[in-house]
Design a protein around this ligand. Structure first.
Ligand SMILES: Nc1ncnc2c1ncn2[C@@H]1O[C@H](COP(=O)(O)OP(=O)(O)OP(=O)(O)O)[C@@H](O)[C@H]1O
Ligand SMILES: [Mg+2]
Length: 509
């Protein structure tokens, strides 16, 4: 890519970027939230036409006017948010739009040749060690598995150059390891990988080269073996980043949230949360560590009023809030940074300003006598945009057009500003750059230092260990152990997370 510039109105998302990628390499793209990484890859994949600049593939200048052209030229892309059809099977998704048909019966009817397609998919999946069940429905398989389907989909279309936009943001640590193996394997078979990630560790582990982009401009392309994680972070944000969290000693206060023996069912009507008890104190960050799928999502939905609780009590500030409304729970002092920011955290078509007041729109000075006061709403948003460094700094911008990380900042700004007694933070730094992570961690610690309680749910053990005062381990819908931070380490937690602390834990697992 040579001299690629992409403007949205007056805003320059990519500013004359050069990117050279060689066959067979893993090339990482690194940059802060909103730096322009996804935009650059969307240009390469033909989703956007560049305002200026040219693309050369295998030496030939190519006008990539649509994804179809990109696919024809051997480019495949797995997007930051997956694009699969939930009710279709793996094979049906992979062949969608490229079905071969077969004549069936004596009539002139044509059917999709699903058998042949299944065989082809099986062959492909074997060749690249991407194990999937071709007949499974997307809705029944894990996120990691869905990602393999996306990769297979691209390979099925003949991709030689595969773009992966933050593929590891949604994966568990175990799945990340597997993915890294998969892409290394792919390059051995002559494929070329461009991978966007915020995880410096992954870049060190997997990539050959790394191109750093800051505010739409290319800063440098470096050979990964020649740089440290600190070097990368510094190039990316333009200053030194601290990886350690500064915390003063804990001043644990009274119990503000008391969860007593709750049972919550999942969508299949099985007990996902199965007699879970937990006490959360003022002035502490309580981390919940666990492998995905041990009831975390149902637990979160239950205590925030989004899913019925079958039995048990959740006492918040002295009141049992079981099965009351989300709005009531919020008013009683519990706020929530949800796991899925696009589905649960934001209204994508609304502006930043409107999203900032979703929970307080009915209060003065934002409304009076049932009418919104837009001047005050926008002023409120401008303050938060400045304080939380949301980019672009335009309160009228629709949230859907923000980069993933900036969407997260909008949620955090809103929830922290509500000044809750209990802040639930579920995967609060998913998809954030290292600078933004440092920033979010600072705000969570600030809440705690102000005598609030923070309940942190994260798959990142580093994050749990860095932030928590106490760590509860969830396994099979129960808290199996609670450790003081000083007694916890990665190994111990890993053992408990795998069911090691439970009688017959191995059998159950
Ligand atoms: N369709 C669009 N209309 C207007 N602005 C856009 C559009 N798409 C992207 N932008 C803006 O361009 C900038 C770059 O966005 P992009 O999505 O490329 O960032 P990114 O580097 O991928 O960030 P993240 O790490 O958060 O995913 C952002 O400020 C974003 O708001
Ligand atoms: Mg992006």
């Amino acid at each position: 890519m040579k001299g690629i510039t992409k403007k949205f109105g007056d805003f320059v998302a990519n500013d004359s970027i050069d990117l050279t990628v060689h066959k067979g390499e893993i090339h990482a793209l690194l940059g802060e939230n909103g730096a322009g990484k996804t935009t650059l890859m969307n240009v390469l994949y033909g989703l956007y036409m560049p305002t200026e600049g040219n693309i050369f593939i295998k030496g030939d200048k190519v006008e990539v006017t649509s994804p179809n052209v990109a696919i024809e030229k051997g480019i495949g892309m797995v997007h930051q948010h997956f694009m699969l059809i939930d009710t279709f099977t793996v094979v049906e998704n992979i062949i969608l739009g490229m079905e071969t048909t077969i004549k069936k019966g004596s009539w002139d009817t044509k059917c999709i040749d699903i058998e042949r397609a299944t065989k082809e998919v099986e062959k492909l999946s074997k060749k690249y060690s991407l194990h999937v069940d071709p007949k499974a429905k997307i809705q029944d398989i894990s996120v990691g598995m869905q990602q393999r389907v996306e990769i297979l989909k691209a390979l099925y279309r003949g991709a030689d150059i595969l773009i992966l936009d933050e593929p590891t943001a949604v994966l568990t640590p175990q799945e990340v390891e597997e993915l890294i193996q998969i892409i290394k394997n792919l390059t051995k078979q002559g494929k070329t990988i461009i991978i966007i990630t915020h995880k410096l560790k992954e870049i060190k582990q997997a990539a050959d080269y790394c191109t750093i982009i800051r505010r739409g401009k290319k800063i440098n392309t470096v050979k990964v073996s020649n740089v440290t994680e600190e070097n990368l972070a510094e190039m990316m944000v333009g200053r030194q980043v601290s990886f350690a969290v500064d915390k003063k000693d804990i001043e644990k206060g009274e119990v503000v949230l008391n969860i007593d023996n709750i049972i919550i069912k999942d969508n299949r009507k099985l007990n996902a949360v199965n007699g879970l008890s937990l006490k959360v104190h003022r002035g502490e960050i309580l981390g919940i560590a666990g492998v995905d799928g041990n009831g975390q999502s149902e637990f979160l939905e239950g205590i925030t009023g989004l899913r019925p609780i079958e039995s048990g009590k959740v006492v918040l500030n002295g009141e049992n809030i079981v099965n009351t409304s989300p709005r009531h729970i919020m008013k009683k002092g519990m706020c929530n940074i949800p796991e899925d920011r696009q589905k649960r955290g934001l209204i994508l078509d609304f502006s930043i300003a409107e999203n900032m007041i979703l929970e307080i729109y009915d209060k003065e000075p934002f409304s009076k006598n049932g009418r919104l006061n837009h001047k005050n709403i926008e002023e409120h948003a401008r303050k938060l945009i400045g304080k939380f460094d949301v980019r672009p700094q335009n309160e009228k911008q629709a949230v859907g057009a923000l980069s993933g990380g900036n969407q997260q900042k909008v949620i955090i700004a809103r929830e922290v500003t509500n000044d809750p007694d209990v802040l639930i933070a579920a995967q609060p730094t998913r998809g954030l750059d290292v600078g933004a992570i440092e920033f979010v961690h600072k705000y969570l610690v600030e809440q705690r230092d102000n005598g609030k309680a923070v309940l942190l749910i994260s798959f990142e053990l580093d994050e749990i260990l860095n932030l928590s005062d106490r760590i509860a381990v969830i396994y099979n819908g129960k808290i199996v152990d609670i450790l003081d931070r000083k007694d916890a380490n990665e190994k111990k937690l890993g053992y408990l997370m795998a069911g090691g602390g439970v009688e017959n834990g191995r059998k159950e697992a």
